[in-house]
Design a binder for this molecule. Structure first.
Ligand code: AMP
Length: 122
């Protein structure tokens, strides 16, 4: 998957599309998902142009990686998710149905979340 500089998160980062921002720091932005799949559904994205988790962990600096992980934890705490628990998910590539080619970490919570994944059809 190639990086498309006009993907929706790149456009949000450039301020071309509005978003419901919940956190921002030097390396990271967090926003409400436009089509929430749980009571709380937030996306945490790096500001750098990384297509996927694989791209990010092979090319990003230690500072960027640390910032992204810390932001996920901070947003979860800010939204009161730590006690009840939450789920963090990153779709990477075709089998995971990644739709937007800019790394985004989904943060789900605020309710029981059920099983981790749908078992694949045999
Ligand atoms: P994925 O299937 O992991 O690539 O997920 C892409 C996510 O981006 C979906 O949950 C969408 O609802 C979300 N999304 C798409 N456009 C926007 C937008 N403009 N603002 C916030 N979330 C969005």
């Amino acid at each position: 998957m190639a990086y498309d500089k006009n993907n929706v998160f790149a456009r949000i980062l450039r301020g071309e599309i509005p978003c419901k921002k919940v956190h921002e720091d030097e390396h990271t932005l967090a926003l409400h998902d436009i089509n929430p799949q749980a009571k709380v559904h937030i996306l945490v994205i790096p500001k750098g142009a990384y297509v996927s988790l694989d791209d990010f962990v092979t090319k990003a600096s230690a500072r960027e990686i640390t910032a992204l992980m810390r932001a996920v934890g901070k947003v979860a705490r800010d939204f009161g998710l730590t006690e009840g628990g939450y789920r963090v998910l990153a779709n990477c590539g075709r089998h995971a149905h990644q739709e937007v080619p800019h790394l985004h970490i989904h943060l789900f919570g605020g309710q029981p979340l059920g099983r981790m994944i749908n078992p694949p059809k045999k």
